[in-house]
Design a protein around this ligand. Structure first.
Ligand code: FAD
Ligand code: NAP
Length: 539
């Protein structure tokens, strides 16, 4: 039970078993599980409504890149049987409706406080409780769960002159709630990651002119999005139990697909091309699952990369534009591969021009133009598709203090250190959902979110039943896990790219490969074994 409000300003005014930070999919499901355990909980969300990613990222063309029948909760069979996804990859408004439906269906809203930022969380070693200070006051909690999201801290680079730009500036990760009409406008899009690749074709249909400012060309595969038929939905629903199990246990990335049993160089050229073509034709992220060594061996990876480069050359009519769009400085997949609708073909439109800002970096933003290579590109509106301070950005913005007053930011100064991505030594009863050191962004995130929430809920239930006050990672266990995460990453091609997985997109951020590459199935087994061991030790 929550206790009565206590006292004066600055002192906690209420007390909960658990405070959850964030009301995206992770925060929503966490709250649902906590309710089921009979624990009191308060969820704080800085946004004006639930949905997280899907509340903030409202840019034109935003949609999931994991198929909706899989990018959805599995914890409640009635929910998965009843919700009707309209398309293979649902658009953002529909995913946001789904998040709202989940909040209403499970009556979650009464414990969610919107428009409230968590500023700090300080652990008191005398009473084993956290004081959580928000933009609306302080509360006390036995446990804190950070459901703050891996891609929730949108980043605007410091372009000289940006503040003097006289048109509208939009960030894809903070898109306005009102419709944005680009009709008749000249639009500059900075960035060519997933957000840009989804939005550029849609913006190009409205705007009079689009300049795409590209620093790094990205690999993109077609989505082949389409409406879902009743038969397709029925096929998934009839087999959900087994398909969800496979996603959780048998897959590396939590997406059901055939598991390859051979490497790219085991097949002759012609067979290999046929296999790549088949995945290209069916569309989506599973392109990278054709062979089992694409993330491991450069020569194998080159075959997939060359296939995509050839496709770009086939689609894009202007040879110089095609050449610039062909990625040439990282293995395919080492930056998150993009999934698009008509991205490359959009460069055949007369109103779309690619500007190479790798050779000629943006020098300055002028009131009505972007200057690069001494040339001014006249624009009326700017779209910053410049990404996020990923994985640690939102956690770092909270002043978190654990044992001995140590701050999490100090502890993570050289890069994040966690046990299983779930806890960090010295910070008792503080949990992170899909934290660095877990598969998180390398997986179907809902699979990973559900697993982390269940893990945390099982631990809290166990502690509650036995009156255990605190639980925390030990330093040796954490050191071992961090070493394992690094070792697995070093055995792959991933660290070769300047990616946000590495923190490379944020000047000054330590460059450490943050997610765990071992795969969701392998990881789940490690986490389950470890939870059993922890429970034994807590006895
Ligand atoms: P989020 O949805 O990011 O929610 C975290 C919430 O915490 C946010 O609402 C934020 O405002 C709040 N918060 C953070 N800090 C504080 C604070 N201090 N105080 C209060 N509130 C705070 N993943 C996939 O698997 N498949 C996809 O197709 C896919 N598509 C994506 C598309 C886009 C455009 C983006 C940006 C990401 C996508 N992802 C996808 C990743 C996506 O982030 C996850 O799938 C999932 O939505 C994350 O849910 P979450 O609840 O963990 O975090
Ligand atoms: P991103 O992948 O980090 O892309 C950011 C882009 O901005 C990159 O092209 C980057 O270039 C460019 N950029 C950043 N700073 C710049 C600067 N100072 N000057 C010039 N260019 C700069 O971000 P995102 O596109 O928002 O995607 C982030 C992640 O969110 C994705 O990888 C994916 O996991 C998720 N997402 C998924 C979908 C989906 O399809 N469902 C859609 C959107 C996002 P460099 O590469 O050179 O740094």
């Amino acid at each position: 039970m929550a206790t009565q409000p206590q006292s004066a300003q600055g002192k906690p005014t209420a007390s909960y078993d658990v405070v959850v930070v964030g009301a995206g999919f992770a925060g929503l499901y966490m709250l649902h599980r906590l309710r089921g355990l009979g624990l009191t909980a308060r969820v704080y969300e800085q946004g004006g409504d639930v949905g997280g990613t899907w509340y903030w990222n409202r840019y034109p063309g935003a949609r999931c890149d994991v198929e909706s029948m899989q990018y959805s909760f599995s914890f409640d069979d009635e929910l998965q049987q009843e919700w009707n996804w309209s398309e293979r990859y649902a658009p953002q408004p529909e995913i946001l409706r789904y998040a709202n439906h989940v909040a209403d269906r499970f009556d979650l809203r009464k414990d969610i406080q919107l428009d409230t930022r968590v500023e700090s969380a300080v652990f008191d070693e005398h009473n084993n409780r956290w004081t959580v200070t928000t933009s609306g006051g302080s509360v006390s909690a036995h446990h804190v769960v950070l459901a703050t999201g891996c891609l929730s801290n949108a980043r605007t680079p410091e372009f000289r002159g940006l503040k003097d730009f006289e048109g509208q500036v939009y960030h894809t990760g903070h898109w306005p709630h009102e419709p944005v009409d680009f009709t008749g406008l000249r639009v500059g899009v900075i960035g060519t990651g997933s957000s840009a690749i989804q939005s550029i074709p849609v913006i190009a249909e409205q705007a009079s002119q689009v300049f795409v400012f590209q620093r790094t060309a990205n690999f993109s595969v077609p989505a082949h999005n389409a409406p879902l038929t009743e038969e397709e939905r029925a096929r998934w629903r009839a087999n959900y139990a087994e398909l969800r199990r496979r996603a959780r246990e048998d897959m590396k990335n939590g997406i059901v697909q055939e598991v390859p049993d051979r490497g790219a160089l085991d097949d002759p050229d012609e067979v290999r091309r046929r296999k790549y073509q088949a995945r290209w034709t069916s569309g989506g992220l599973t392109f990278m699952g054709v062979y089992n060594n694409l993330a491991l061996e450069q020569a194998a990876n080159d075959t997939a990369a060359n296939f995509i480069r050839d496709k770009i050359a086939e689609i894009v009519e202007d040879p110089e534009t095609a050449r610039l769009l062909q990625p040439n400085n990282h293995p395919v997949g080492s930056k998150r591969i993009c999934v698009d609708t008509d991205y490359y073909a959009t460069f055949n439109r007369p109103n779309v021009k690619l500007v190479d800002i790798r050779s000629h970096p943006i020098e300055q933003i002028l009131p009505h133009a972007v200057r690069s290579g001494g040339k001014d590109y006249g624009v009326d509106a700017l779209v910053l598709a410049t990404g996020f301070d990923a994985m640690t950005g939102s956690v770092a913005k909270i002043d978190i203090r654990g044992r001995g007053g140590q701050t999490l930011n100090d502890k993570w100064a050289e890069g994040p250190r966690t046990y299983l991505g779930l806890m960090s030594a010295g910070f008792p009863n503080l949990f992170i959902i899909t934290g660095p050191g877990s598969p998180s962004v390398l997986s179907n995130m809902i699979v990973s979110i559900e697993q982390h929430v269940d893990w945390i809920a099982d631990c809290l239930a166990y502690m509650g039943d036995r009156g255990v006050e605190t639980m925390e990672a030990t330093h040796p266990a954490e050191d071992k896990w961090v070493a394992h995460v690094n070792e697995v990453a070093q055995g792959t091609l991933y660290p070769q790219a300047n990616s946000w997985y590495m923190g490379a997109n944020i000047p000054g951020k330590p460059q450490i490969f943050m997610p765990y590459i071992g795969g969701v199935g392998v990881y789940r087994r490690s986490a389950t074994t470890s939870r059993r061991r922890i429970m034994r030790d807590l006895r």
